[in-house]
Write a protein that binds this ligand. Structure first.
Ligand code: NAP
Length: 329
């Protein structure tokens, strides 16, 4: 098995594909073979532009092809679950963009289908594989800041293009699914538990999606996460993890580069910098993780249980914002 090279297909011509193409080409265990589009001419043009061997004129055609082992799903959010399930049924392994699904039942259906098909599926939270994230987790596990009490973060950028899929309610757009999912995922990962209660507030734009979301999650007695996300503020991101004996500040948690600095200490006014080296391509980690899982039988770093927890937390926050009061997760 270990000599095998995985043949990848891109399911859609999404903008995000261009982040995956260089690492797929750099990784010796993976090879980019094809791209599929709803529009055959677009698939052909994309394959020419990016020098990809095969162009598939429909998603179905790619799934039917024996020349593809792994499918990368970069569709709008509302289509993730259905195409992940179709790809698994066709015998493909799947790396699906975040969010893996927008309903908990769909994560369960994906889990059952993957088990029945004996195929690997993972949600593409690329930042989870970066050494910076692994180091923060390891510092927390080693007790460097005591017991985690609070994870606080943000992810915003300015989006004014109302034709963007993120602004489309029918495609499960909105800022919490698009970028809020990151601080929620980060907080759950670093706290190492699932939230029990959620309280959210949102600003709803003209298309009906949340363009700003501010949320609080309670994880148990005196352990919380707080975040804001949205399309109506400048590009910014950060996380702060506060423990009983210290804190860690991560200025670039979700899109870390090849060299990042985090800050750690016992008190906010005396934090020490800690520099962490990463790979040249942020998205290499998720590609290698898929190869480890498929070729070596390793467990994917982002498990389906983990993805289910993130989806459940987001849905509870949305329910709370709707109801105007805290809700159980
Ligand atoms: N991990 C990350 O860093 C990251 C960054 C950006 C985005 N993402 C995720 O990646 C996914 C795609 O985002 P994107 O900004 O790259 O999207 P995008 O450029 O708008 O592309 C979406 C693609 O989906 C296909 N599609 C199928 N049905 C569609 C429909 N009804 N409307 C629009 N497009 C449709 C289209 O490809 P064809 O017409 O060729 O079939 C289109 O090119 C999202 O789920 C997003 O959350 C992740």
């Amino acid at each position: 098995m270990t000599n095998r090279i995985l043949r990848w297909g891109l399911l859609s011509t999404a903008r995000i594909n261009r982040s995956l193409i260089p690492p797929l080409r750099a990784s010796p265990r993976n090879r980019l073979v094809g791209v599929a589009s709803r529009d055959p001419a677009r698939a052909e043009a994309y394959a020419r532009e990016w020098n990809i061997e095969r162009a598939f004129g429909s998603y179905e055609a790619m799934l039917e092809s024996p020349d593809i082992d792994v499918v990368y799903i970069s569709l709008p959010n509302s289509l993730h679950a259905q195409w992940t399930i179709q790809a698994l049924r066709a015998g493909k392994h799947v790396l699906c963009e975040k969010p893996l699904a927008t309903r908990v039942e769909d994560v369960d259906a994906i889990t059952a289908t993957a088990a029945a098909a004996g195929r690997v599926v993972a949600e593409a939270f690329m930042y989870r594989h970066h050494p910076q994230t692994l180091q923060v987790k390891s510092l927390i596990e080693r007790g460097a800041i005591g017991e985690v009490r609070l994870a606080r973060g943000a992810f915003t950028f300015t989006l004014t293009d109302h034709a963007n899929v993120r602004m489309n309610a029918g495609l499960d757009g909105g800022s919490i699914w698009d970028v809020g999912c990151y601080p929620i995922n980060y907080a759950r990962t670093m706290i190492g538990a699932e939230p029990v209660e959620a309280f959210g507030m949102q600003f709803t734009g003209p298309s009906g999606v949340d363009e700003t979301f501010v949320g609080t999650l309670r994880f148990g007695e005196d352990v919380y996460a707080q975040f804001d996300c949205g399309f109506r503020a400048p590009f910014r991101m950060h996380m702060e993890i506060v423990g009983s004996e210290g804190l860690i500040v991560v200025p670039r948690p979700f899109k870390p580069t090849a060299r990042e600095t985090i800050y750690i200490g016992k008190a906010g006014d005396r934090l020490e910098p800690l520099t962490i080296e990463g790979p040249e391509w942020l998205y290499l980690g998720e590609v290698e993780d898929m190869a480890d899982a498929i070729l070596e039988g390793a467990a994917p770093r982002v498990s389906l249980k983990d993805s289910r927890g993130n989806v459940a937390a987001i849905l509870a926050l949305l329910r709370s914002a709707h109801a105007g009061r805290p809700v159980e997760v």
